[in-house]
Write a protein that binds this ligand. Structure first.
Ligand SMILES: *Cc1c(COP(=O)(O)O)cnc(C)c1O
Length: 381
């Protein structure tokens, strides 16, 4: 019997229609930002209640520009969870502000808003929460807290396109909201990102900041109004994103079904700590970018590294989201130590991301579940 094919932990779903659209753009003579970007922005805007959306070359760039839009500058503080991708604190530092790391809830892995309230001070200008793995933060509590303290909110919704809160899509309400279109996300444009903004003025500011700070003067010449960067998304990417957006509901429905199958069938001994299933009655609000249980390390005679190696040997890829940001070299320098953020550290130490992508079969899920059962049973302490 031949070995089953390698199962990666993430894989984009790209169809022939997408390839044809890319070929058409390549042949058109206009390959960088142009009409397809405008069409992609309009289509994205339609999914978030008509709010203005501007795309850029990555979510990281979108976060950087969002911080500028929010007026964050040197001397300010921005609160962010330590259980997030490094782009969030990195862009806060690049804005000149200081990242203030707050712990996450053990269950949802989203920013602990009670702990956040305690860290708000006179220098706090913004909160940058992450919707962990596609599970929205408690949006009512988040925006109530921001309103009380007059803070801007920059939602890192990199993993939450198509997620919703009480039936309303993430990005359709609130303040600034950033999506990522990296290949591992629920919707890809190869690389790319977008930011939902509040009004035409903010949209115009993004257009300036993403392209050299250039403004057109009435006489046809160019002015530079701000030292902008270059973060525009090419039309080649935009047509990929457009095709993906049309299939997003289908992709996310499949992700939810696969996640439900994992949660129903992962019955290991010792048990894994399974991810939060989504808010009661609102399970469809979770877009399931990640299916990441926690390993019961105290009950195991195997490290996470060896667990992952055992999966690799069985032809199953795994991921890790995320390391604890406050314990990386760059952020220890801000005075953080192990023990500061216990939930974040426990998640960071024991998380494993299992394969999850729309073209996975039910049999693939069962194969991963069987591997979990075997490997955990073999290394029970
Ligand atoms: C992927 C990711 C990013 C960065 O997205 P890019 O498009 O690669 O810049 C930021 N935040 C979170 C939570 C992510 O998962």
């Amino acid at each position: 019997m031949s070995a089953p094919p390698y199962l990666p932990f993430a894989r984009p779903t790209l169809d022939d229609a997408t390839a044809a659209d890319v070929a058409a753009v390549l042949r058109s003579g206009w390959i960088t930002s142009g009409p397809k970007v405008k069409a992609f922005e309009a289509a994205l805007s339609a999914t978030v209640g008509g709010r203005p959306v501007r795309v850029v070359s990555s979510a990281t760039a979108a976060l950087e520009i969002a911080l500028q839009l929010a007026g964050v500058r040197s001397g300010d503080e921005v609160i962010t969870p330590a259980m997030t991708f490094f782009a969030a604190p990195n862009m806060i530092v690049r804005s000149g502000a200081t990242p203030i790391f707050v712990d996450v809830e053990a269950t949802t892995r989203n920013l602990d808003l009670a702990a956040t309230a305690q860290r708000i001070g006179p220098r706090t200008r913004a909160i940058m929460p992450t919707h962990f793995g596609g599970l929205p933060c408690d949006m009512d509590a988040l925006y109530e807290l921001a309103r009380q303290h007059g803070l801007r909110v920059i939602e890192d919704a990199a993993l939450a396109i198509g997620s919703s809160w009480k039936g309303e899509p993430i990005g359709s309400f609130g303040d600034l909201c950033v999506f990522s279109f990296h290949p591992n996300k629920n919707l890809t444009s190869i690389e790319g990102g977008a930011r939902v903004v509040n009004d035409a003025r903010e949209a115009a500011e993004v257009e300036t900041l993403r392209f050299h700070g250039i403004a057109r003067l009435p006489d046809g010449t160019r002015d530079v109004t701000v030292a902008g960067g270059k973060f525009n998304l090419p039309d080649v990417n935009a047509v990929v994103g457009l095709r993906q957006l049309a299939r997003l509901p289908e992709f996310n429905a499949r992700r939810r079904a696969l996640a439900a199958r994992y949660s129903a069938r992962l019955r290991t001994d010792p048990p894994l700590e399974l991810p939060h299933p989504g808010y009661a009655g609102e399970e469809a609000g979770h877009s399931w970018n990640l299916y990441a249980p926690l390993l019961p390390l105290p009950e195991l005679a195997i490290s996470r590294r060896d667990f992952r190696a055992a999966f690799e040997q069985r032809g199953i890829g795994t991921g890790m989201s995320y390391e604890a940001a406050h314990l990386t070299s760059a952020y220890r320098r801000f005075g953080y130590h192990r023990g500061d953020l216990p939930n974040t550290e426990r998640i960071a130490d024991s998380t494993v991301t299992l394969p999850l992508f729309p073209t996975m079969t039910d049999a693939d899920v069962d194969r991963v579940c069987a591997a979990c059962t075997e490997v955990l049973a073999a290394h029970r302490r």
